[in-house]
Design a protein around this ligand. Structure first.
Ligand code: 13P
Length: 253
């Protein structure tokens, strides 16, 4: 049985004060939620505050990106090893905002995956298609390319640790959510794709859905057989909304 995992992606939002308040509210509210793995990925400089606030609890903290380099003259970059050293558990990689706004290619993302895995982090690999790609019927081909580009570099065994987040780009921050059936179909497709490499890994890998998940739609999405939780943007910023999404995940188990 796969444990559901719900992770907040704060993107470029939050402050030291809101991080502290959020962590404390979530820890109070998640007392009885051990059925679900819960995480949050704040902007890099807020990680120490989130790690300190959640010390000794089950709440796990992560970064939103890491460098493909290990160290050296790379102004502005943060390595996977440094994220791990300050207490991160996850790192989000290949988010569509990084792909589209910062020019990250599948090859770059695969190299970052190698660094994250070597550092002992759990990578949350984001994949997903644009609206135009979906309307042209190319969504499976797009996601297949994104997934294979990484599996072919890091190897299928690594996916025992990796979380894959299917985030259709047209559903991110738009209020448009994939229907549970659309999301389930793509999750089943991704699981099938991984099964071509290794059926055991495909059975245990956790697949999150992301894109306008809210307390009102979370239960129906998480009830789908191949959806093992969510990567939550806007609705993760408010502790109460995030908690009700976590509760929805707990109720599916
Ligand atoms: P929203 O939940 O704001 O649509 O963002 C989803 C996302 O991009 C999470 O990584």
């Amino acid at each position: 049985m796969r444990q559901p995992v719900v992770i907040g992606n704060w993107k470029l939002n939050g402050s030291p004060a809101s991080t502290e308040a959020w962590v404390s509210a979530v820890l109070t509210g998640t007392g009885a939620l051990d059925a679900v793995e819960i995480g949050m990925c704040p902007p890099c400089v807020l990680i120490p505050s989130a790690v300190n606030g959640s010390a000794g609890s089950a709440l796990r903290i992560g970064g939103q990106d890491c460098a493909e380099q290990v160290s050296g003259a790379y102004t502005g970059e943060v390595s996977a090893d440094l994220l791990r050293a300050v207490g991160c558990h996850y790192v989000i990689l290949g988010h569509s905002e990084r792909r589209s706004l910062f020019g990250e290619t599948d090859a770059v993302i695969a190299r970052k995956m190698v660094r994250a895995l070597a550092a002992g982090l759990v990578p949350v690999l984001c994949v997903g298609e644009t609206l135009a790609e979906r309307e042209a019927g190319h969504m499976e081909a797009v996601v297949r390319t994104q997934v294979r580009a990484v599996v072919d570099v890091v190897g299928i065994q690594a996916f025992e640790r990796v979380i894959v987040a299917y985030e259709p780009i047209w559903a991110i921050g738009t209020g448009l959510t994939a229907t549970p059936a659309q999301a389930q179909a793509m999750h089943a497709f991704i699981r099938g794709l991984l099964a071509e490499y290794n059926p055991h890994v495909a059975r245990i890998v956790r697949l999150q859905y992301g894109g306008s998940v809210k307390p009102e739609n979370a239960a129906e999405l998480f009830a789908q057989p191949d959806i093992d939780g969510g990567l939550i943007g806007g609705a993760s910023l408010k502790a109460e909304e995030f908690l009700s999404i976590c509760r929805a995940a707990a109720e599916t188990r």
